[in-house]
Design a protein around this ligand. Structure first.
Ligand SMILES: Cc1cc2nc3c(=O)[nH]c(=O)nc-3n(C[C@H](O)[C@H](O)[C@H](O)COP(=O)(O)O)c2cc1C
Length: 390
């Protein structure tokens, strides 16, 4: 396949931060913790967004939440995603971030499609209540701007095909002073099914003056170049494509630099990446643990969910896979990784294939009367989440 022609390749500018390549690791709850981000950052440049933090938990100084806000010493910009539905609570959370210098960039989550969130009017349901959306974004921007901390929003196309909000919400966010708008080209009803609508991303890019970031279905580096060529976006946001494949960030940097991609890793190289990932998670959990033994066990437990993604397509027996997905220590991991055939070539048939969450479309649960309440700017009751992550 010939490389797509990319119109304009410039560093991505978010406030005063200039980032090359114009690549963002999508926030993924339960995944993009400090250990995983370090692993990805070792591969290539970009913005690497922390797991989602809820504004209520931050304002209440929830200890688990405060531990989740962790960055590497050399991580710049320190990028944090907040989830909130109440402008005042969001502003209070942003003020804490700014006053305590917890982050250099704040992203607001308006993309979450899970029923627990949308049935209370939060996440991807919220932009529908357009006045509240505008008020919320403005509250965050006003609280962050005195410190020069840029605020961005990440959203979906809308609730479903009959209730699209993205252009109107993008313009409102721009008016409120955001530094960029990211669009995942799916509706809430689509969840993670079907393909992302890159035409919608192109339409948003046409409509806005602030940088637009495109999100959805970047599985390989070529996909990122194709998205830029198709939509003209200023940067790409990569989620599931890097699950079990953190080297995607090296490929993306090479692709944006116009260098050839690295050759695909053998199973031995994948095993070394798995070891590095587990080690970084153990470091992360040990830092927040009472004992090193506890930290090692918790780090290994966090690593387990990644095993199947790393081994996807490799001829590895189910018993070994099962054992790897139950590790409790790095020594156990070393022992099991030693049983893999290091010369096994990469399963090329898996290239470009969807990974991670691919669940089917579903009904979007909304608060009663939600669709009839576009201009109601009251905060939906009970929509704040007390707990971060998910
Ligand atoms: C496990 C998982 C957790 C996610 N958590 C968040 C989140 O906390 N905040 C958010 O804005 N999006 C979240 N997302 C959505 C991703 O950021 C991204 O928008 C989506 O996966 C589409 O991009 P992709 O096709 O590159 O995966 C999550 C996705 C997955 C798979």
């Amino acid at each position: 396949m010939t490389a797509p022609t990319v119109p304009a390749l410039r560093p991505l500018t978010i406030g005063r931060h200039e980032v090359w390549p114009p690549v963002v690791l999508a926030p993924m709850a339960g995944i993009t913790n400090v250990g995983f981000r370090q692993l990805c950052r070792e591969q290539g440049g970009g913005i690497y967004v922390c797991e989602m933090i809820t504004t209520v938990a931050l304002v209440e100084r929830n200890p688990k939440t405060l531990r989740m806000i962790a960055f590497g010493d050399d991580e710049r910009p320190r990028s944090l995603q907040l989830y909130g539905t109440d402008p005042e609570i969001t502003a209070a959370a942003v003020r804490i971030v700014v006053e305590k210098d917890l982050a250099d960039h704040i992203d607001l989550n308006f993309g979450c499609p899970v029923p627990k969130v949308t049935r209370r009017g939060g996440g991807s349901a919220l932009p529908w209540r357009r006045r509240l959306f505008a008020r919320l974004v403005r509250a965050a921007v006003d609280a962050a701007s005195p410190a020069g901390v840029p605020v961005t929003v990440k959203m979906r196309k809308g609730i479903d095909d009959d209730h699209l909000t993205y252009v109107e919400a993008g313009l409102a966010a721009q008016d409120a002073g955001v530094a960029a708008v990211a669009l995942h080209g799916r509706t809430a009803a689509q969840r993670y099914s079907g393909t992302a609508d890159w035409d919608a991303i192109a339409a948003l890019k046409q409509a806005l003056d602030v940088p637009v970031l495109g999100n959805g279905d970047i599985w390989e580096a070529d996909d990122a170049l194709r998205m830029v060529a198709h939509t003209g976006v200023d940067g790409v946001v990569v989620g599931r494509g890097c699950l079990g494949r953190p080297w995607l960030f090296a490929d993306l940097e090479a692709a944006f630099d116009g260098r050839p991609e690295r050759r695909l890793p053998t199973l031995g190289e994948v095993a070394r990446t798995m070891r590095r990932h587990a080690e970084l998670l153990v470091d992360q959990f040990t830092a927040g643990s009472r004992t090193p033994a506890r930290g090692e066990r918790d780090g290994c437990t966090d690593f387990r969910k990644h095993v199947a993604w790393y081994l996807k397509g490799f001829p590895v027996g189910s018993e070994l896979r099962r054992e790897l997905a139950m590790i409790e220590s790095l020594a156990q991991l070393d022992d099991l990784l030693g049983k893999l055939d290091p010369t096994e070539p990469f399963p090329v048939a898996t290239l470009g294939q969807p990974r991670g969450r691919t669940n089917s479309p579903g009904k979007v649960f909304l608060p009663e009367g939600w669709l009839a309440s576009r201009d109601d700017d009251t905060v939906p009751e009970g929509a704040e989440l007390a707990d971060s992550g998910g």
